[in-house]
Write a protein that binds this ligand. Structure first.
Ligand code: C2E
Ligand code: CA
Ligand code: CA
Length: 245
């Protein structure tokens, strides 16, 4: 952290019906000898100390800066350790209040983090929603089998885990899970987005299942902000939908 070796990258989230593009912040560690270290390697280690709070704050600040420049919402991943900490709402609020604009940040939490202490979860969410924050359920379908929380919590978005998308063509159950997620989303009033979309065939299949929102290498991998800003327009990403549809 002292050497500034952690960098926030951003990956586009495409909402094709709304013709809108948002981004997810994904942190990377550029180690002077070992090169780029992915978050799966160091986040679990950071979670064993105060460092996870430092990383979260850095990513949140970078995301607020990026949100202003890109004029869109940015999603920030929140570890369950951070979400469960009693200082969570205060810490996030303090940073948000420093930046004056509202409605720039979505927090991605997992089902497991949301469900662990469901009463305090609801209170935390409401406090931050009052500050213009939205909540997204990350890795949907992999963590928790009770679905009652979908109605209990003020959720804006549900992200269907990549594992349901990457074998969509051959698996018989996954299309049902996706269609089911989309229907719940319609009923409960939140957006449903598919993660890890890599091919045109997957997009075609997802469209037939009623899913119109995508994130994945088909559109772009996570990139540093200056690279995104070079030739940025929402249409650059939205147009990738038009190829053959
Ligand atoms: P996640 O939140 O599920 O993020 C999505 C991961 O899938 C990212 O990996 C992204 O680069 C990757 N991905 C996106 N599109 C595709 C695709 O089309 N195909 C494939 N194969 N992969 C795709 P990444 O950046 O390595 O992050 C891994 C995990 O690390 C994240 O999973 C998230 O749980 C965690 N993470 C990343 N940044 C942060 C952070 O700032 N704070 C916390 N607490 N966790 C973070
Ligand atoms: Ca995420
Ligand atoms: Ca995810």
């Amino acid at each position: 952290m002292k050497n500034n070796e952690f960098k926030t990258f951003f990956q586009p989230k495409i909402f094709s019906q709304d013709k809108k593009v948002q981004f997810e912040a994904l942190v990377r560690w550029f180690h002077p000898e070992k090169g780029m270290i992915p978050p799966d390697k160091f986040i679990p280690v950071a979670e064993t100390s105060f460092l996870i709070h430092k990383i979260t704050e850095m990513v949140l600040r970078d995301s607020l800066e990026a949100a202003k420049l890109l004029n869109t919402r940015i999603s920030v991943n929140i570890s369950s350790i951070v979400f469960e900490d009693e200082s969570f709402v205060r810490d996030i609020r303090n940073v948000l209040l420093e930046y004056e604009s509202r409605n720039l940040i979505t927090l991605e939490i997992t089902e497991r983090a949301a469900m662990k202490h469901s009463f305090s979860t609801l209170k935390k969410m409401k406090k931050l929603i009052n500050l213009g924050v939205e909540f997204s359920i990350d890795d949907f379908g992999t963590g928790y089998s009770s679905l009652s929380y979908l109605e209990k919590f003020p959720i804006s978005e549900l992200k269907i885990d990549r594992s349901f998308i990457n074998n969509l063509e051959t698996n018989k159950i996954n299309p049902l899970i996706i269609n089911f997620s989309v229907k719940i989303g319609e009923l409960a009033g939140f957006k449903v987005i598919a993660e890890g979309v890599e091919t045109k065939e997957q997009i075609e299949k997802l469209l037939t299942l009623g899913c119109y929102n995508f994130q994945g290498y088909y559109f772009d991998k996570a990139q540093p902000l200056d690279l995104i800003l070079k030739d940025y327009s929402q249409d650059k990403y939205l147009n990738k939908m038009d190829l053959s549809f």
